[in-house]
Design a binder for this molecule. Structure first.
Ligand SMILES: [Zn+2]
Length: 85
């Protein structure tokens, strides 16, 4: 019998990388699907991503459609802090 309460840490790391790509607007359709699959099993990452999307939305409304490198970096470190505690 196997419990399925917490998904693999390695998966979370991979997801984090893809989230970074998402921030940069640089994610492929396949990786995006991978993110969604992971979120189905991992509430922690899903919550982080929800915050991430909201943050991106705020930045994007304030400036152009693409985030600056500094903004992307700020968001990424925020996400990293959340997933690494
Ligand atoms: Zn996860």
């Amino acid at each position: 019998m196997q419990t399925h309460n917490h998904s693999n840490k390695k998966d979370c790391r991979k997801t984090l990388v893809h989230m970074s790509e998402y921030v940069d607007g640089d994610i492929g359709a396949k990786d995006k699907k991978g993110l969604e699959d992971h979120f189905a099993n991992c509430k922690a990452c899903k919550a982080v991503f929800a915050t991430l999307k909201k943050t991106i939305g705020l930045f994007r409304r304030a400036s152009v459609e693409k985030l600056s490198a500094a903004e992307a970096r700020a968001i990424r470190s925020e996400v990293k802090a959340k997933t690494e505690k």
